[in-house]
Design a protein around this ligand. Structure first.
Ligand SMILES: [Zn+2]
Length: 413
């Protein structure tokens, strides 16, 4: 049976029926609905002869043995956020199912091919994203902290995991799963507006953004709103407001996809009759190039100091979180570009703003690439998330062609 991308679209709709409601997808990891999705996925692969295995981190693997022990991995995640979209994560898994079907029809592949549905990519219930992939990649190092995490109902993370057969203390035993991996491929919806604005169905992802996240506190002086003349104020909010406008210029000057966001400003005392004494801002900066990211951070710091001087207030920076950019594999990027051109005519290279399981796999040293398919209106993590069916079908074809090219490349054919 040749590849049938229309079947993938039908199966995505079937999964939506099975695990969604009027508010959207409800496949939150470590819940009964998620388990139902995993059972259903098992049924989809029944005819392929693939062996199933759930690893110690809860990742669900399907393996088609090939002529070689080396492994090509295709990955996605079947979990969703609550009230999520119908494509985020599961498109990759179901496109992978279709590729596995095609391969199993054709006899033994030159390499072993494995499809993985990563456990808890979204971190929706316990706030810990990329759970399964970070365990398999060996980068998970926060078990002590995870032990004390609870969900909104007060259920502890280790308890919830054990109900689904996962022992937090043994999650890193998933590490051997990636030991023979020679390449990792992931297809995903873009979750942003870039491909749609370019009128393109598909793009090739260069890597995931590096992120710098800081809390910036401006300190002035609380003073009566009626009795303090405008030229004698030390207004902390003026610092925050001017910096907010400045970071937009910094991102624009840096270019190449640079983004800077001031996502929150909390003012104190926060009453209408007082000049603001402290303004606590949260700043998020992202870039695919580490040096460009560092210079955006420097530029924001020096702007904040200049503004503080002009406003006669103080400013203090504290790092909240950071991650380096993660760059995908040059050769696989080239193959993905060929695959996208073959099925869609034109390709575009773009960075990924969100992190994905692919970032964890790439960080573990396994050559990795992702393909993005256009998202309508750039929306995701909402029931409004959508992609045209014809673009979904093209994306399945692109993953299939990329799989063939990668197998040929790795087996020296
Ligand atoms: Zn996703």
């Amino acid at each position: 049976m040749p590849l049938d991308p229309g079947r993938t679209v039908a199966e995505l709709r079937e999964l939506r029926e099975l695990t969604g409601d009027e508010n959207g997808a409800q496949r939150v990891a470590w819940t009964d609905t998620w388990e139902r999705a995993r059972d259903w996925l098992r049924g989809r692969l029944a005819g392929t002869g693939a062996d199933e295995e759930i690893d110690p981190a809860g990742n669900q693997w399907f393996t088609l043995r090939g002529a070689s022990e080396r492994v090509l991995v295709i990955g996605g995640h079947i979990d969703s956020v609550p009230n999520g979209g119908w494509l985020d994560g599961c498109l990759n898994v179901l496109a992978g199912v279709e590729v596995m079907r095609r391969l199993s029809e054709e006899g033994e592949p030159p390499l072993t091919v494995r499809l993985v549905s990563w456990a808890d990519e979204e971190g929706a219930r316990f706030g810990r994203s990329l759970f399964g992939s970070s365990a398999a990649a060996g980068s998970m190092a926060d078990q002590d902290e995870l032990r004390s995490r609870v969900d909104a109902n007060g259920i502890a993370l280790p308890q919830a995991l054990s109900e689904h057969g996962v022992d937090l203390d043994r999650a890193l035993d998933a590490r051997p799963q990636l030991e023979s991996a020679a390449a990792y491929l992931e297809l995903h919806i873009e979750q942003g507006p870039v491909l749609e604005s370019l009128g393109l169905a598909l793009g090739v992802v260069l890597g995931t953004f590096g992120v710098e996240r800081h809390q910036i506190t401006f300190r002035g002086q609380a003073a009566h709103a009626g009795s303090t003349p405008m030229d004698q104020r030390r207004d902390a909010l003026a610092g925050a407001a001017r910096l907010e406008l400045e970071i937009r210029e910094i991102a624009k000057r840096t270019g190449a996809g640079a983004v800077c966001t001031m996502g929150s400003v909390v003012t104190r005392p926060g009453i209408v009759t007082s000049v603001v004494e402290t303004a606590e801002c949260l700043l998020d900066q992202r870039h695919l190039d580490g040096a460009a990211l560092a210079s955006m951070l420097d530029a924001a710091k020096s702007a904040s100091e200049r503004i503080a001087g002009e406003e006669n207030i103080e400013v203090e920076w504290e790092r909240v979180w950071r991650i380096d950019p993660i760059l995908f594999d040059d050769e696989l990027i080239g193959l993905a570009e060929e695959a996208v051109r073959e099925v869609a005519g034109e390709s575009h290279r773009l960075p990924s703003g969100p992190l994905h399981d692919a970032a964890e796999v790439s960080r573990a040293g396994i050559p990795t690439v992702m393909i993005f398919v256009q998202s309508l209106r750039g929306l995701s993590h909402t029931k409004l998330e959508d992609t045209k069916p014809e673009h979904l079908e093209l994306s399945v074809r692109a993953l299939d062609v990329l799989t063939s090219k990668t197998l040929a490349h790795l087996s020296g054919a």
